[in-house]
Design a protein around this ligand. Structure first.
Ligand SMILES: N[C@@H](CCC[C@H](N)C(=O)O)C(=O)O
Length: 259
């Protein structure tokens, strides 16, 4: 059997994307998903995404981490699947689609995708970090020595440590460049390593920096090792609404897998 796949990247966060509207792909085959994401024995990616039909919206996104397990929301993956839906001719410039955390709106123009994220109401401020869920759980901590950090080692200690343990959290290290510009490196749960960028991660960083007073603006630029993303939002009481994540989403190649 052969299966056509597409490879996409959004600021270096890369994904295998499969058109599963005919339900040809076995979602329970964790071993196969892990194998396809393997950078030496498979195609190589931070995650795998299925595009499926939805009853009332344009399509449904099903996201798996590179470890083969279905996971919570992926912001960069969400932007990439919008570019894929546009490539397939399923959508024009605007779309509404379903993901694991609910309905998302998005706009695509000249390869740039703006993705509407869910409202965030619960932000935990701790002594040295902030914890919040932007569709996926994120631990955010400031560090002025970003370039020197061993993200895999430090991130893994936090991800598996108290209070996260096995369920885990993604971990973001942040350095302030100016009031509206921050540099971010992220350790991703389910990849269990640093990725070049994380969409829900930079969203969490923008909201966390606003919450702790490190920025006064609601339109923030985030520098990741894979490129630049923008996050805008409105403050509403102790939470945030009208949250948008913006950046490039690019098709890298198309291929066929046989098994
Ligand atoms: N790369 C993602 C986040 C994907 C989910 C994450 N690894 C988790 O399991 O929480 C993004 O761009 O948001």
């Amino acid at each position: 059997m052969t299966l056509t796949f597409y490879k996409y990247q959004g600021t270096g966060n890369d994904f295998v994307i499969i058109d599963n509207r005919q339900l040809i792909f076995d979602k329970n085959d964790t071993k196969r998903i892990k194998h396809l994401c393997d950078r030496r024995f498979g195609i190589g990616a931070d995650g795998l995404i299925l595009l499926e039909n939805h009853d009332t919206l344009d399509f449904k996104m099903v996201y798996f981490n590179a470890d083969g397990n279905e996971s919570s929301m992926c912001g960069n993956g969400g932007r990439c699947i919008v570019a894929f839906a546009n490539f397939l001719g399923l959508i024009d410039k605007q779309t509404s689609f379903m993901a694991i955390d609910g309905e998302h709106q998005a706009v695509i123009e000249n390869g740039i995708v703006r993705l509407h994220m869910q409202d965030v109401n619960n932000i935990e401020k701790h002594e040295n970090h902030v914890f919040l869920n932007t569709g996926s759980p994120h631990h955010v901590e400031l560090n002025n020595n970003l370039q020197e950090l061993n993200i895999k080692s430090l991130g893994s200690k936090i991800r598996y440590g108290s209070p996260y343990f096995e369920a885990g959290s993604n971990v973001n290290f942040v350095s302030k460049l100016s009031n509206d510009n921050f540099s971010v490196r992220t350790y991703e749960r389910g990849v269990e390593d640093e990725t070049l960028s994380c969409g829900t991660g930079v969203t969490a960083v923008a909201l966390a920096m606003h919450t702790i007073g490190e920025t006064t603006t609601n339109d923030i630029t985030l520098q990741t090792p894979g490129g630049e993303l923008k996050v805008s939002f409105k403050q509403s009481g102790k939470g945030y609404t009208d949250i948008w994540l913006q950046g490039p989403a690019i098709q890298v190649f198309k291929g066929e897998i046989s098994w």
